[in-house]
Design a binder for this molecule. Sequence first.
Ligand code: ADP
Ligand code: MG
Length: 579
Amino acid sequence: MSKIRLLPDSVVNQIAAGEVVERPASAVKELVENSLDAGATQIKVSVKRGGKDLIQITDNGSGIEAEDIEKSVLQHATSKLKDASDLFKLSTNGFRGEALSSIASISKLTIESVTRQVGSGGAVGIKAEFEAGVLVKKEEAALPLGTTITVQDLFFNAPVRSEFLKNDSVENSRILDCIIRLSIANENVRFEYRADNRLLFCAAEGSLQTRISDALGTSIARSLREVEWAENGIRVSGFVSSPEELQTGKRNSHYIYLQKRPIHNALISKAINQAYSPYGDYSPIAVIFLEMPLETFDVNVHPAKREVRFSKDNAVFLAVNHAIHNALQSTISYPSISITNTLREHAPVYIAESKASDEGVWSREWGAEKVSAQELFPDDRIIPLDTNHSPLPTPHSLGFLQIGNSYIVCEQGGSMLIIDQHRAHKRILYERALQVLQKEESLNCQELLFPETVEIPAYLSPILEEQKGSLKKMGFYVEPFGFNSWQLRGIPAHLPINAAGKAILNFLESINESKESDIFKKTALSFANCSAISNETELSLQEMKAIVSDLLSLQNPYETPKGEAIFMKMPIEDIKRRF
Ligand code: ADP
Ligand code: MG
């Protein structure tokens, strides 16, 4: 008897939903793309509980014809593709006709739409409600032109998926990241994003520069360099960090577009990072637009259309790499991006004058690793510390010496210790912060006499909002202060003020990217990375003593949280042998 059966449509849709709708942000991306395809110039997104309870997208686009509404939620129903040849023309964001059907199959979906018919009686709209992809109600309604799609209980028909979701603020931040990515490529469209009725992002129609500034913050936008290049039929344009303003690597900082569609592509990211290799190991901010002949790439690789295949990987890599290289070399006077005040003029509600000092908040001093002790003493007779050793006794109290303003030399148990002060301090601060966080206590805070303003990229603001409490525990007192801006009223004791913005940013990034269980560790790590005294800092005798005794009282004084050796030990016998 035959065992092979065709799956019912409802199951096919649910399988497709697994690919298209990974999380609320994927649904938002598909729905906003539909609005863009419909020619909308205004798109409002509103979500509740990270998009799990509600996602609502309202646009002023062309609308869906009344008789097409039921069809729109069927699988492979699209108005954008007529035959296979259209697959390669790619003038719209959507083309697979899978998004609405996938979303509908796992949620409660309402479509309200009015097309631009201008009859004597004006436009009449249609409101249709679906549950798990099945039409449950359809009626005429008086509505404004355009389309509103409401998704309630996303995943109500796929409860397993909802268990994999992160907390609301992380989901909000992912949604915002995806709106920002689309907004950068569509600067003539007005975007608004509200989470739980609070306006988190707003970008008015404007230039690309203004859009970048709305999305990434004014001080970042101001420091970007323009890219303009063409090679082998590939045009590369956009903006990238100037070498003077580089910050340590953030995963999220490449905004890559092919034919104005946001894509993720490891090859292009590598080409971008490689162009910066002469300046150190940085991942710069890059907004890169690629345009190339349609026959040289394929976007139909993945249902969510994130991935792209190029027919000539190498040519794309080189074009991007050369484009950025050229932008960095160019002598165009810096800064090359001029920021207009459109944001201030258009952005609603809580705009306040920002007084962020450009050099203060984004100091690049932090994070650059210095030469290791191993490199200084390559001789293999210098024995690295045996990590199975029992905790060390307190060292001799007087003999401390600092060399190169970076290494502390002292005697301990008949051996000479050479301690990397930066790494040692990092370990000490890491352990302390971890202890405090795990014990639900707070780190000491020093209140600032003159509050500083820090700029936080919009996509992280939902996380900042939610994590205000944890930041307070770490000693950071922050208050909202206008679009993308936060006011710092207190910072952890001992943290240099110019590292505070960076520390907060690191913390938020790590929460955005990590598993819940790692958050304490990541938080402690980002705090330690930013707060540890750098090498090439002169220390007083007291400071050296404090570092050494704090270090040696730790259970693991041997390596930094990242596993780098903190000190070298040279037994007296070895010193004798050398003579
Ligand atoms: P695709 O975008 O690949 O065509 P979707 O499932 O996303 O497939 O959408 C199905 C169809 O529904 C679209 O082709 C379009 O005709 C219609 N549609 C969806 N959203 C909108 C919208 N906001 N405005 C106008 N038409 C829409
Ligand atoms: Mg679509």
